[in-house]
Unconditional design. Structure first.
Length: 365
């Protein structure tokens, strides 16, 4: 490898640091090439891996693979990552020869992303390692070709299992999310009521479904009129899982108010609203997940609350815990596969601590 970083598609070693590199990364020297070594693959393992994911996960995991490529190309030196990113170009993870990785290389990657110097949150490190495991699993299922044209597996089952036998990532961070108390929620609805129609009714309904049903932003954007029956929302959410969430009375009122403005025509429940001189006009184009995030952000800004769309979901789940609901029932309402995920949304300890601290400060004053 030359001193200058090479783009992935022109680097014959697949971004492997040179043997003149520090001893800590000498393990990057690729395995000895023999007659059975794969030298070519007509498909990208990363593409095969990412196409099997949901649209939201495809973007997240694709970016994770790209970041791993940058770390590899910079030979683990954080200061060189900006240069490596420029040289690699867009989406390097799609062109990287992931099947060349073996246990020494994956241990090196693990050490890099879990190091204190890099400062990644444990969940971020877990996410990147999950992306790495996923693309290596795809390598173990795909075929490549040797120098003389024979067909061989990209990675043997043994190589896959040893390469992904890394230590579990330990540690945790406080959730960066926000629990919206009663006063904050009231401020958001006041901000809604100050908007012009039909934004006023539409955005209040979005808030009501987020706070009263705990739907993800993509699930809110994807709601159809047919999903609302008998005062309940029945829809297919993340991981192609169908679930039913009842609308509480206060949330149902907000939704019904919006539907009177929207009309009862079939199709998407939430439309885009276009500003034209003198008025706002509904368009038949449905909202996107990003548009839902924008709505929530703008309402938060107007109410003086710095929040994201996911904070609505977090508030709903925490509110369920505050009502002493069975955690397994909350898991079903939230659509989580693992109850541990649901428990991470429980912000009661922080909310109680913040309230106690506020009460103590009030008494001191």
């Amino acid at each position: 490898m030359t001193d200058k970083l090479l783009p992935l598609d022109t680097n014959p070693q697949g971004i492997v640091p040179s043997t003149s590199a520090p001893v800590t990364i000498e393990a990057w020297t690729p395995p000895m090439q023999d007659a059975d070594a794969v030298v070519r693959c007509d498909q990208s393992p990363a593409v095969e891996y990412l196409t099997g994911l949901s649209p939201g996960s495809t973007e997240t995991m694709g970016k994770s693979l790209d970041r791993l490529c940058v770390i590899i190309a910079s030979e683990g030196v954080i200061a060189n990552e900006a240069e490596a990113k420029k040289v690699l170009g867009e989406k390097p993870g799609l062109r990287f020869q992931w099947w060349r990785l073996r246990r020494p290389q994956t241990r090196w990657i693990h050490a890099q992303i879990t190091s204190k110097e890099r400062g990644l949150a444990p969940n971020t490190a877990k996410l990147w390692l999950s992306a790495l495991r996923g693309v290596l699993k795809e390598c173990s299922l795909m075929k490549g070709y040797t120098q003389d044209g024979r067909e061989r597996p990209l990675m043997s089952a043994d190589d896959f299992h040893t390469a992904t036998a890394w230590r579990a990532v330990v540690g945790e961070r406080e959730s960066p999310g926000l629990f919206l108390d009663e006063k904050m929620r009231a401020k958001l609805f006041v901000a809604c009521d100050q908007r012009r129609s039909p934004l006023r009714e539409r955005d209040a309904a979005i808030l009501a479904i987020g706070l009263g049903c705990g739907l993800r932003r993509a699930e809110i954007a994807g709601l159809q009129m047919s999903n609302l029956t008998n005062n309940k929302l029945t829809f297919v959410g993340k991981r192609n899982k169908q679930r039913t969430v009842p609308l509480l009375a206060w949330a149902l009122i907000r939704v019904q108010t919006w539907l009177r403005v929207r009309g009862d025509a079939p199709g998407s429940m939430f439309f885009n609203v276009k500003a034209i001189p003198g008025k706002l006009l509904m368009t038949p184009r449905p909202l996107s997940a990003d548009s839902v995030s924008t709505v929530v952000y703008e309402l938060g800004e107007a109410a003086g609350v710095d929040l994201s769309a996911h904070d609505l979901r977090r508030t709903f789940i925490t509110g369920c815990f505050m009502q002493n609901m069975d955690p397994h029932h909350i898991q079903l309402l939230a659509g989580h596969d693992d109850i541990k995920t649901t428990m991470r949304y429980d912000m009661r300890p922080r909310a109680a601590m913040e309230k106690s601290l506020a009460d103590a400060i009030d008494k001191l004053e």
